[in-house]
Design a protein around this ligand. Structure first.
Ligand SMILES: Cc1cc2nc3c(=O)[nH]c(=O)nc-3n(C[C@H](O)[C@H](O)[C@H](O)COP(=O)(O)OP(=O)(O)OC[C@H]3O[C@@H](n4cnc5c(N)ncnc54)[C@H](O)[C@@H]3O)c2cc1C
Length: 309
């Protein structure tokens, strides 16, 4: 069955595709199969015919992902241009899941709509933002979300409403292999100038406080209730800590950096060391915000084996 499927779709798929260049950390192994649908109909056909035993993984722009060095088994699906439309109807905003958060924030502001400015500082797609309930500066997707259209692993297109998604801190009830196609947000009538000004100040603040030009995955750990992850990391003496070519950012110590040529193994090992040191210091066990996906490779396969912190 698998052979028949890949024979049929061979020309539309790419095989053994390096994922590192597609994600912010610039690390990670290969996708066994990579598929970029040209439109919703071709995606629906593809998924409906794809044998159930083949895992599917939706990829946004990889700004919240640590893809392990052994890569991702199954099919990685990335939505292309056909999924980036943005449409306004009064105060409702209909957005393709492949659109960039920043573009949506800017276009809504240009329309004189307020409430979506927070998206301007989040460097992902709308699909990733809904899945992660992305948020910043006191707002999150949950606050503006009305509904989204999702294609299930069976190839069925269903609508999910706010109450279906159980949004909590950086989490939603979207299944790992459900693919969000588009989302509807509710904004409010506002002032174009004020919204653009807000966006500008968000951008300025971020540039000052985060290594936004670095190869990073954003906040590595969630803030524990009533605490800041970065403060706990700082108190545990981890600011600037290195393992191989991975480093805890000096600028914002909840961000990890690939300083050039790091492996996913180095980044993950460094993060686990940070968790260990924070726990020793504060008895608080940090929870990962970044999603780690894919296969590890045996330690003996790495050229550089003996790192010290
Ligand atoms: C410099 C920097 C700053 C950041 N600041 C913030 C911040 O302020 N607030 C914040 O919340 N996050 C922040 N992040 C993290 C990240 O940008 C968000 O989590 C973002 O929403 C991820 O979107 P993405 O498209 O990159 O998703 P990816 O990283 O590609 O994927 C993340 C998850 O979403 C899933 N996914 C992606 N697209 C779809 C889809 N169409 N359908 C179903 N599932 C999908 C993936 O399978 C994966 O599970 C930051 C990251 C960086 C690098």
């Amino acid at each position: 069955m698998m052979d028949v499927f890949f024979e049929r779709y061979h020309a539309l798929c790419r095989f053994s595709v390096s994922l590192g260049p597609m994600v912010w950390f610039r690390v990670g192994g290969q996708a066994q199969v990579f598929f970029k649908p040209s439109d919703q109909t071709s995606l629906q056909e593809f998924i409906s015919e794809c044998p159930a035993e083949i895992p599917l993984f939706p990829l946004g722009v990889g700004s919240n992902l640590l893809i392990r060095d052994g890569g991702i088994k199954g099919i990685v699906i990335r939505l292309g241009k056909a999924f980036t439309s943005i449409r306004f109807e009064d105060d409702l905003v209909y957005v393709g899941a492949g659109a960039l958060d920043r573009t949506v924030a800017l276009m809504a502001a240009e329309q004189g709509l307020t409430g979506l400015e927070f998206l301007s500082g989040i460097p992902g797609t709308i699909g990733g933002a809904v899945k992660m309930n992305a948020g910043a500066y006191g707002s999150e997707v949950k606050d503006v979300f009305v509904s989204c259209k999702v294609i299930t692993r069976q190839g069925e297109i269903v609508e999910k409403k706010l109450e279906d998604l159980n949004f909590t801190y950086r989490k939603s009830a979207i299944e790992a292999d459900d693919i969000i196609l588009e989302a509807t947000f509710k904004a409010q009538k506002g002032s174009k100038e004020e919204s653009l000004h807000k966006i500008e100040s968000i951008q300025r603040n971020r540039a000052l406080s985060q290594p936004i030009k670095g190869q990073t995955g954003g906040s590595t750990f969630k803030n524990p209730a009533g605490e800041s992850a970065w403060k706990l990391i700082d108190q545990a003496g981890c600011r600037g800590l290195r393992f191989g070519k991975a480093q805890v950012s000096e600028k914002h110590c909840n961000f990890l950096l690939n300083t050039g040529g790091a492996s996913a193994y180095e980044i993950e090992t460094l993060a686990e060391e940070v968790r260990r040191r924070v726990y020793d210091q504060s008895k608080i066990l940090l929870e990962w915000e970044i999603k780690r996906v894919g296969q590890m490779i045996p330690i003996e396969n790495y050229k550089e084996k003996h790192h010290a912190y």
